[in-house]
Design a protein around this ligand. Structure first.
Ligand code: 5GP
Ligand code: MN
Length: 342
């Protein structure tokens, strides 16, 4: 962020404001963690702050400090609308294009509040009054840490803020293993532990909260795994019937695509999940090395994200979506071969 933008934001936040914090639809650990960390920080300065998510999030995030105060736009529309309409400032976190908020896109676009974007995805849209975008940072949560640091306020990071920031850094880095995890990330994590983030509890809350059905669904997903060695690619499918059989709940498929990527020699992985409610196939892409799934998702599946983790969607049937995917691969054969040397 430029110094001018920072000074302007600092001046804005100098007196109490009505502030709304929003994140993307189907919030993940980074979306919830960054929203709540910023919420706790701004509350410290007596602002009137409300976090509004477009819809619900998985049970394994329903312990984060402050989570109980979050409004969900899709089921609490009237209350959320009134608060958005009264907002002086709207922070938009962990996304960079209005459509990523689903049915909140219209009201955000109409709002005359000052918009402050904080996000680490590629190619931000130009909607915000102030844009703090950095694709080199592993998570929006780490950017919230840097944001607080710009105000020379890391001393205000208490156990609640530390826990929320830790949560999003942990989930967006695959527990500190992806390429985006830097020595700075580890230094910040060390500071957060010093400030009261209980790392073992946070890991337990997120990763050891499985239901029996979730593990059975994972079993089904793994038995559907297909490998295309010629293209160093593997993919998983899950139909609606399979999801129903194992009592699918939001968040149950999170991370499943990584099993496809964990195969030796595989550098490109995808999961195709039938979503009959939205009449789409929701797709997650993951890669290792230089092969950009952000570009692949943007070019072919109406999506985007990061170089090594992106998402998209398809309005074809699941079978036709998989055929489209497989048909695209030959054109990428060279790129896939050269992407990653172990
Ligand atoms: P996931 O596969 O976990 O849903 O998403 C991986 C990454 O891609 C996340 O950073 C997410 O924000 C982004 N992403 C997922 N789906 C979409 C999409 O439909 N459009 C865009 N632009 N980004 C997406
Ligand atoms: Mn993120």
């Amino acid at each position: 962020m430029s110094t001018d933008d920072f000074l302007a934001i600092k001046a804005l936040l100098n007196s109490p404001k009505n502030i709304v914090i929003v994140c993307h639809k189907n919030p993940d650990g980074d979306a919830i963690g960054s929203s709540l960390a910023l919420y706790h920080y701004l509350m410290h300065y007596q602002h009137n702050v409300q976090v509004i998510t477009p819809n619900i999030y998985p049970d394994f995030l329903k312990w984060a400090p402050g989570e109980a105060h979050i409004l969900k736009y899709d089921t609490q529309t009237a209350e959320s609308t009134a608060i958005i309409e009264a907002a002086d400032i709207i922070f938009t976190l962990d996304f960079n294009a209005y459509h990523r908020t689903g049915q909140m896109a219209d009201i955000l676009e109409r709002s005359e509040a000052i918009k402050i974007l904080i996000d680490h995805h590629q190619d931000p849209d130009d909607y915000a009054t102030y844009t703090y975008s950095d694709v080199s940072v592993c998570s929006t949560c780490q950017m919230i840490y840097h944001f607080i640091d710009m105000f020379k306020d890391t001393v205000l990071i208490n156990a609640d803020i530390a826990t929320c920031i830790y949560l999003g850094i942990m989930t967006d880095t695959g527990s500190f293993r992806f390429r985006s995890t830097t020595s700075t990330t580890h230094r910040i994590i060390a500071n957060l532990i010093d400030k009261g983030a209980e790392n073992d509890k946070i890991h337990n809350n997120v990763y050891d909260a499985n239901s029996y059905n979730r593990l059975l669904l994972l079993g089904q997903a793994l038995s559907n795994l297909q490998i295309l060695p010629t293209y160093k690619t593997a993919y998983i499918t899950l139909t609606n019937a399979e999801k129903k059989r194992f009592d699918f709940k939001k968040g149950d498929t999170e991370g499943v695509v990584n099993y496809a990527l964990s195969l030796k020699g595989i550098i490109f992985a995808a999961i195709f999940i039938e979503d009959t409610e939205q009449s789409i196939i929701k797709i997650s892409f993951r890669s290792k090395g230089k092969f950009s799934v952000n570009q692949f998702a943007r070019n072919h599946f109406n999506g985007g994200g990061h170089d090594n983790a992106a998402g998209g969607k398809s309005e074809l049937s699941i079978a036709k979506t998989v055929t489209k995917f497989s048909t695209l691969l030959p054109a990428y054969k060279k790129e896939l071969e050269l992407s990653y040397e172990s």
